[in-house]
Design a protein around this ligand. Structure first.
Ligand code: AFP
Length: 314
């Protein structure tokens, strides 16, 4: 990245960062359009109706008005971007085709407001986006050309990667995303862990893994929001998040297309790892839009250790 004399790198906005890293102009436009949509989502969170929308998504979860509103905001931006051929939203049951035979365009899978049930208790939530080239949204996560998330917390921050490192931006008072740090890298070992799911539903291997972490003095940090919990693991660089397979729920809770693929892309770009307990998340071939997978994501050594404990269950 070229920094003009006297120019602090921290005044670099998202668009300029993408351009100066010679990203594809259409992909740059798409990522910037998503960042623009996030500003309207912020507004709906800060001022929106927290009431229930009355509809439900394909998981049978009642859609909060904010889920529906955020989905509408993002979908509209993607449809009018001119560079998107297919859309899959965590809030919809089918893939939406905008342009037929769109090999030259992008396909986008997204969770418009992950953790929306936390908004009414004022906890942090986020938007998660996965981007593929072409019109096949059921490719393995390793084929993503970009992944990003926006975290609506005390600060609004945006993290993206196009396969050339992981970079963090913060929204300033002028509503511009300006660079905070580049090429975020994970450490090898965790000192925090973020365990999802009911503990009394943990299988033997996972329960023993938790005991192993606690005996190492690893501290528990869990908010119930995947985006803030993952962001803490990534930015502290010393953590592991897991929402494992459970007794009665062998695939865990989190969705492969909308939550796990983008975060797995980011963590591997940052030198970490993401596994379903048996194989890398990014190598899983999606079979259906609402596919769930167990997830262990964070420091490479801790993910490998989790796989060892899970293997004892076979
Ligand atoms: P919602 O989007 O339905 O609020 O679920 C959020 C989430 O999928 C993810 O953000 C959290 O990591 C996970 O649920 C928390 O699940 P538990 O409430 O079972 O811990």
């Amino acid at each position: 990245m070229i920094i003009e004399a006297g120019q602090s790198k921290f005044q670099i906005d998202l668009n300029r960062h993408l351009r100066e890293n010679n990203e594809n102009p259409a992909l740059t436009h798409l990522i910037c359009e998503i960042s623009e949509a996030s500003k309207y989502i912020i507004n709906s969170i800060r001022t929106g109706d927290l009431g229930v929308a009355g509809t439900s998504n394909l998981y049978g979860e009642e859609q909060l008005a904010l889920d529906v509103l955020s989905d509408r905001i993002l979908k509209k931006r993607l449809i009018h971007s001119g560079v998107v051929g297919k859309i899959a939203s965590e809030e919809a049951s089918d893939v939406l085709t905008i342009v037929d035979n769109a090999e030259h365009l992008y396909s986008v899978a997204y969770d418009p407001l992950d953790g929306s049930s936390l908004v009414d208790v004022n906890l942090a939530v986020g938007t998660i986006v996965s981007i593929f080239k072409g019109d096949n949204i059921f490719q393995t996560g390793r084929k993503q050309v970009a992944a990003m998330y926006i975290l609506y917390g005390p600060r609004t921050t945006l993290i993206y990667s196009t396969g050339n490192g992981v970079h963090e931006f913060s929204l300033n008072q002028l509503m511009e995303y300006t660079l905070v740090q580049e090429n975020i890298q994970m450490n090898t070992k965790a000192n925090i862990y973020s365990p999802g799911g009911l503990r009394n539903k943990y299988t033997k291997g996972v329960a023993e893994y938790v005991r192993h972490l606690e005996e190492k003095g690893v501290k528990l940090r869990y908010s119930g929001g995947f985006v803030p919990d993952f962001n803490q693991v990534l930015l502290k660089g010393k953590g592991i998040f897991f929402y494992p397979h459970l007794k009665g729920a062998p695939n865990g809770k989190l969705r492969l297309l909308f939550e796990l693929n983008p975060m797995a892309f980011l963590i591997e770009q940052a030198g970490g790892a993401a596994s379903n307990g048996k194989m890398p998340i990014l190598d899983i071939v999606p079979k259906k839009i609402d596919q769930r997978e167990p997830i262990f994501i964070g420091c490479k050594e801790d993910v490998e250790k989790a796989e060892e404990y899970v293997a004892t269950e076979d």
